[in-house]
Design a protein around this ligand. Structure first.
Ligand code: ZN
Length: 255
């Protein structure tokens, strides 16, 4: 594939859109946040897949990222909202719509664990679709493959308008000092996932799972946490992602 072809394909990159926090509210010692919008809603998925393939075929070098390019959420007293890294995080996989997903999800969680120092322990499968304002998760962390809002086995987190996934968390505590993330989720639009390249799938899982441990969006395309897929989207946690994951990880001690 020559440079002209690369340029042509990159030219179909969708316009930027502002970061969007799908929901987020703060109450007394209870905070929730749902984030994402990882695929451009305006672009056909085929174009997105072509972009991702282009990044590889054109030999785009890995972008190291910018170490300061990350965002986290803080409690009222200023501490970074994160899981207690001194306890294991039990998780379940809802793979009813994606029976072969376990290796990919497990790989992403291993990468996330290495980057954060958090310990994820598999609790088994679940038949559970995350929904906004639904609080009865079968495990602290749930990774689910669902359909878009309004479809059978749909999640209202997924718009169906090019959004490939969403991740978020709920934090609570008995005081501002010990408020911490106690539940998280990553929900993936299985239809878009299935039509995506391996690179897009890997980046999507890394992105949404990082949300589930408290990492917000980055400003630059060089990070996995950039809110949209682009022709240069990394398939690994780049420098800013890694800084942010350390900030929500075990380095800051027990909560
Ligand atoms: Zn996101």
């Amino acid at each position: 594939m020559n440079a002209a072809v690369c340029a042509e394909k990159l030219a179909v990159a969708p316009p930027k859109q502002p970061y969007r926090h799908v929901s987020g509210k703060t109450e007394a010692f209870v905070m929730t946040r749902s984030l994402t919008r990882f695929l451009p809603r305006s672009a056909a998925l085929a174009a997105t897949a072509a972009l991702a393939a282009t990044a590889v075929a054109c030999g785009a070098p890995p972008v190291p990222g910018v170490s300061s390019d990350y965002s986290v959420t803080r409690a009222g007293d200023g501490h970074v909202l994160r899981w207690n890294p001194c306890a294991t995080i039990r998780w379940r996989l809802d793979a009813r719509l994606e029976p072969g997903a376990m290796p990919q999800v497990s790989s992403a969680l291993n990468t996330l664990g290495s980057a954060t120092g958090l310990s994820f322990v598999y609790d088994g499968t679940a038949a559970y679709t995350p929904q906004p304002n639904k609080w009865n998760q079968p495990s602290a962390l749930v990774v689910s493959f669902a359909r878009h809002s309004g479809a059978v086995q749909g999640s209202n987190y997924l718009s169906g308008a090019g959004q490939i996934g969403e991740g978020g968390w709920t934090a609570s505590g008995t005081s501002q000092a010990n408020i911490r993330i106690v539940e998280g989720y990553a929900v993936i639009d299985t239809d878009l996932y299935n039509r995506s390249t391996g690179n897009v799938r890997a980046a999507t899982l890394l992105h949404e799972l990082a949300h589930s441990v408290g990492l917000n969006h980055a400003a630059f395309k060089s990070e996995v946490m950039y809110p949209m897929l682009t022709g240069v989207s990394p398939t690994f946690y780049a420098a800013g992602d890694l800084s942010g994951l350390r900030a929500v990880g075990s380095g800051a001690g027990c909560i």
